[in-house]
Write a protein that binds this ligand. Structure first.
Ligand code: SF4
Ligand code: SF4
Length: 111
């Protein structure tokens, strides 16, 4: 069991989640974060902290694709534990459909 960052994080990237994770298992891409599924202790603390409601337990159906994406990019991107300012247009992107196509495989800056 792990928690998974899903589509609505893309271009929102509020980063409220990183400050509460007790095991620092968030990793930063250019326009979203992911959770390392082998490091997450399944505490659930981050889920209600996400203003975009992008964090879900992997027990929810239909998240296989996002779980695989989290696992792949957690190995490639830098760790992030400190919240920075979200993108200026984060609110405009919150809840927009079709954001999956905007996913960037490029790494973010990390801590
Ligand atoms: S709080 Fe939610 S939207 Fe923000 S970075 Fe974390 S998962 Fe993404
Ligand atoms: S469920 Fe807990 S351990 Fe897993 S990412 Fe969220 S805060 Fe971190």
């Amino acid at each position: 069991m792990t928690y998974v960052v899903t589509e609505n994080c893309i271009r929102c990237k509020y980063m409220d989640c990183v400050s509460v994770c007790p095991v620092d298992c968030f990793y930063e891409g250019e326009n979203m974060l992911v959770i390392h599924p082998d490091e997450c202790i399944d505490c659930g603390v981050c889920e209600p902290e996400c203003p975009a409601e992008a964090i879900k337990p992997d027990a929810e159906p239909g998240l296989e694709k996002w779980l695989a994406l989290n696992a792949e990019y957690a190995k490639a991107w830098p760790n992030i534990t400190l919240k920075r300012d979200p993108p200026a247009d984060a609110k405009e992107w919150d809840g927009k459909p079709g954001k999956e196509e905007l996913f960037s495989p490029e790494p973010g800056q990390g801590d």
